[in-house]
Design a protein around this ligand. Structure first.
Ligand code: NCD
Length: 306
């Protein structure tokens, strides 16, 4: 059976720490890695829109000396003829050495893995999980804070449908002494199953509020998210909630000097462009980190040591 990454807990904490160390080595010595995946092929199968995740996977493989194939619009694939995900994956696993797949249905990458002879990476499944964004976030936190424990992190925005939030809460629940502050409208609270599994079961403290400004001063990290338009059944509800939180320089006046602001991107309106100039904004660095950590993950899943 190939090694798949469907959920962030498919990796142990020790493995995550090792991936971070490899990513740091890639940043320091890129030339060492430039031919590591020569003659290897990565397929990116995106049944849902993407900019960063797909391109960072492709850029990662190209920077390792490998090549890429795939589709970014399922309507250009045999999916539009009625082919099942299982048959599509079975086919692609005859060509590629590793597959990164995004799908609007929760659990689709897990189902797909049953049909694959090569490693499958979940690049986002509906409103469920997004483990490689979490690796990106962890690398970013590590680079900003030099640790992955002992801090207070605020998650703000759409915590209900935001898959990056679910995976990151899960991942951080395995590190020591992290306080979680969950900021959302009442309609978009973190799902109960995530709270139960990641926080309550482990006795981890958390705070829930609708008011970002009242909690900003205590945060070491602020993880902003977009309201996930495509997951709403009712457009009116989306329009009512979409601008619940807009981070501005004024709102950051009471924040710590050492705060790090993260966002998985794309941003819609929830961080004003004026914040980009604030030294605490880490989201563009986060984009770069996404490529390095995916390089490390591809090497690991292909069993290639440099
Ligand atoms: C996120 C996603 O696709 O879940 N984007 C990403 O991969 N960087 C976040 C989002 O779409 O809001």
């Amino acid at each position: 059976m190939p090694r798949n990454i469907i959920d962030i807990t498919d990796l142990t904490v020790a493995e995550i720490d090792q991936l971070i160390a490899t990513a740091e080595d890639i940043v320091a010595h890129p030339a060492k890695y430039q031919d590591a995946c020569a003659h290897k092929q990565l397929a990116t199968l995106f049944f849902e829109p993407s900019t960063r995740t797909r391109l960072s996977f492709e850029s990662a493989m190209l920077s390792l000396g490998g090549s890429t194939l795939g589709f970014s619009d399922a309507m250009n694939s045999s999916t539009s003829k009625g082919e099942t995900v299982g048959d599509t994956i079975h086919t692609v696993s005859c060509y590629a050495d590793i597959i990164a797949m995004r799908h609007p249905k929760e659990g689709a990458p897990y189902a797909a893995a049953q049909f694959s002879e090569v490693p499958i990476i979940n690049a986002g499944d509906g409103g469920h999980n997004h483990p490689t964004q979490t690796l990106t976030d962890l690398l970013t936190i590590h680079r900003e804070k030099n640790r992955l424990d002992n801090f207070t992190i605020g998650f703000c925005g759409d915590l209900k449908f935001g898959r990056t939030v679910h995976s990151l809460v899960n991942a951080l629940s395995r590190y020591e002494n992290i306080h979680f502050v969950l900021v959302s409208p009442l309609e978009l609270k973190l799902p109960r199953y995530v709270k139960e599994e990641a926080l309550k079961k482990r006795g981890i403290p958390y705070t829930q509020t609708t008011d970002l400004e009242s909690v900003i001063p205590q945060l070491d990290i602020l993880y902003m998210t977009r309201v996930q338009k495509e997951r709403f059944f009712n457009e009116e509800e989306y329009l009512r909630l979409k601008d619940s939180y807009v981070l501005t320089p004024e709102k950051l006046a009471s924040a710590k000097e050492s705060l790090s602001i993260l966002h998985p991107l794309p941003r819609v309106n929830e961080i004003s462009v004026a914040v980009d100039k604030d030294p605490r904004a880490a989201y563009w660095k986060q984009v770069k980190n996404g490529k390095y950590i995916r390089m490390a993950l591809i090497l690991k899943l292909l069993g290639i040591e440099v």
